[in-house]
Design a protein around this ligand. Structure first.
Ligand code: PGA
Ligand code: ZN
Length: 393
């Protein structure tokens, strides 16, 4: 039974305030924080300014949650939804909702003495996801850098999560070396990826070289991917790149060619957030060899995922708990995707805290990948937790 709830404002990785929640029962305690996006999808649950949302929640929401069973996650999340009453959390704030929902699960797990990944995943949870991390980036995450938001690596052949995490870090280091050697040394964007002023094609070439070198050294395969975050490029009729404007047809042809030229295994948000048909066409062309993943397209929302399933929009779904606001809805999104043969990828946001919960969720829900950057305190909080979880498994 929940006895006490604490809400506070803490710092996120961009220096912005965000919501942290603590849930106390007689025997357990859980703490979780809300992340935040820069390239958010239109259909995400709505956040409220943290201080204002917390003041309101202390008055109206928290009293309604005291006395609920922390072990009844669905009941707790239902209470959040009912108290909000809007369907998109614009009343209580999705940032307040997600922090409370995750803190509730952690309090329930703590009371049983079982690790969160096992509490949520069960006795047969046997493997960890592979880490997917961005090593070069631009778009909405860094000014004057690449057009494509994220150039990603995933060590597809890594024998363990531990080696996989360090493989990504080695690629990140190698990319720095190559950038500086080319006179393109630079700083990092919001998620810790290098943010060089280079054309996308140069980024692909440098990343391919780095991946090849590290893969040779470690003796397992490492693959490349991208998050195009193309809603950010869409002007209503075309995708606007620095050196080109691409119609939806051109965009599909361009990305299909990149998949083959660089053996991309992962392409996220290739088309803008309403173009289910464009997604479906690219999936039809390259879906047999590449994960085509919807982020802004689905916003972890079961209704939108259902629409995607109906038209074959993608073979992969990005999962961000704060896009939908509760753990129950997050689980339902994963379950729906998986029951239709789609891969799932648990993901951080560009604005993060040191909260490590998504490493547990990705493992418990058997996501294929955990997308959470490569370096930086708020990213390694999740990656290091993944290493610990693997040890426990
Ligand atoms: P965001 O971007 O967290 O800034 O929305 C991450 C992504 O697009 O995957
Ligand atoms: Zn994305």
């Amino acid at each position: 039974e929940i006895e006490r709830i604490v809400l506070r404002t803490i710092l996120d990785s961009r220096g912005n305030p965000t919501v942290e929640a603590e849930v106390f029962t007689a025997f357990g305690h859980g703490r979780a924080a809300a992340p935040s996006g820069a390239s958010t999808g239109t259909w995400e649950a709505k956040t409220r300014p943290p201080r204002q949302a917390i003041t309101a929640a202390r008055e109206h929401l928290v009293p309604a949650l005291i006395g609920l069973e922390a072990a009844d996650q669905a009941g707790f999340d239902c209470a959040l939804r009912e108290n909000d009453g809007t369907g998109d959390f614009s009343e209580i704030g999705a940032n307040v909702a997600v922090a409370l929902s995750l803190a509730c699960a952690k309090a329930a797990a703590d009371a049983t003495g079982i690790d969160l990944f096992r509490y949520l995943g069960g006795a047969f949870t046997q493997c960890t996801p592979l880490p997917l991390g961005n090593v070069i980036g631009g778009g909405a995450h860094a000014a004057n850098a690449t057009d494509i938001q994220e150039f990603l690596v995933v060590p597809t052949g890594a024998p363990s999560a531990d080696e996989a995490v360090f493989a990504n870090a080695a690629v990140h280091k190698k990319v720095k070396e190559l950038l500086f050697a080319a006179g393109k040394g630079c700083g990092k964007g919001d998620e810790g990826a290098w943010a060089p002023a280079i054309p996308d094609i140069t980024a692909f070439e440098i990343l391919a070289e780095a991946v090849g070198a590290v893969s040779d050294e470690l003796n397992f395969s490492i693959s490349m991917g991208v998050d195009v975050a193309s809603t950010e490029m869409w002007d209503g009729t075309a995708y606007v790149y620095r050196d080109a404007k691409r119609s939806p047809e051109d965009q599909i042809a361009y990305l299909a060619e990149l998949v083959d030229r660089y053996n991309l295994v992962y392409v996220e948000d290739p088309m803008q957030e309403e173009d289910f048909g464009g997604f479906a066409e690219l999936t039809r062309q390259v879906g047999d060899r590449c994960m085509i993943c919807g982020d802004d397209l689905y916003v972890t929302n079961a209704e939108r995922i259902t629409r995607g399933i109906e038209v074959g929009a993608s073979n992969c779904v990005l999962i961000k708990p704060n896009q939908i606001g509760t753990l129950t809805d997050t689980f339902e999104a994963v379950h729906l995707a998986r029951s239709h043969g789609m891969d799932t990828v648990m993901s951080h946001r560009s604005g993060e805290t040191t909260d490590e919960t998504i490493a547990h969720l990705a493992t418990a829900f058997e996501c294929r990948l955990l997308k959470t950057g490569v370096v930086g305190g708020e990213r390694i909080a999740k990656l290091n937790e993944l290493i610990r979880i693997e040890e426990l498994i």
